[in-house]
Design a protein around this ligand. Sequence first.
Ligand code: MRU
Length: 305
Amino acid sequence: MELRPDGIIRLDESVPAVVLLDQRRLPDAIVELECRTVPELAEAIRTLAVRGAPAIGVAAAYGLALAALRGDDRAEAEAVLAASRPTAVNLFWALAELRDDPTPERARALHDEEVERCRRMSAHAAELFEPATRALTHCNAGGLATGGYGSAVGALRAAWERDRLQHVLVDETRPLLQGARLTAWELEQIGIPHHVIADSAAASMMARGEVDLVVTGADRIAANGDAANKIGTYSLAVLARHHAIPFYVVAPTSTLDASTATGDAIVIEERDGAELTTRFPARNPAFDVTPRELITAIVTEDGIL
Ligand code: MRU
């Protein structure tokens, strides 16, 4: 089954509503969620019904178009969406892009452009794969996370189509299992051989020589090249360096944040500890920052940096 961009997220002007494939229910159920108001959409973003940096941006763009269709106060709609999640810069980028033209046409164009960026950067990233590459990825940076095609999973897909990919290890990505639930499901749809591993198994898989490269997406890339991504990405980058394995970040230019000098200034979302345990107090940072010196290359639609 091909995940079509409008099957992941779309604006239905007849309701009007932003309609999402509810990612909280995957892979067990394919269920759509209809958000008829901006607060409903912001709640869907906060609770990860739609997630992944570029997809959050696309959702926010449709959200501003929804607000305009409904005749809502635009500044208030923007403030509600901006407060949904703090780390992915694509959210704030998309809100700024739609500010002066919050029309369905502009929102759809932003969505199409984002998917096109994914296709282009994935083609560039595939050049980094040797024949029969065994890759490892973290979280979900697929079509679900980008509104279509994918960034890190897009790179895996492009490498697979070029006959350069043998196998993918998928970190389960605790605590919310974006890898085990979403990336594994997407790889299954595409037909790419894969195995889910516990996050803590990555080190020993590298030590056993079973990983040729690591590829991830990003939620925000600072001006100096430090990259925020799902919690656990930094430890993978440290492990990759120890084992002399290349570590690649694949992300569209909408994830670049020139106004943030270094990773230290990136706001890291702390989610409810109940996602980990309700028995004890818990800390639950959702993202971490990988310093630029641990990143072998950043790939955008403009090429390999
Ligand atoms: O909390 P999530 O699921 O929104 O986190 C998503 C990630 O960390 C992705 O790796 C990132 O957004 C890149 S998606 C192309």
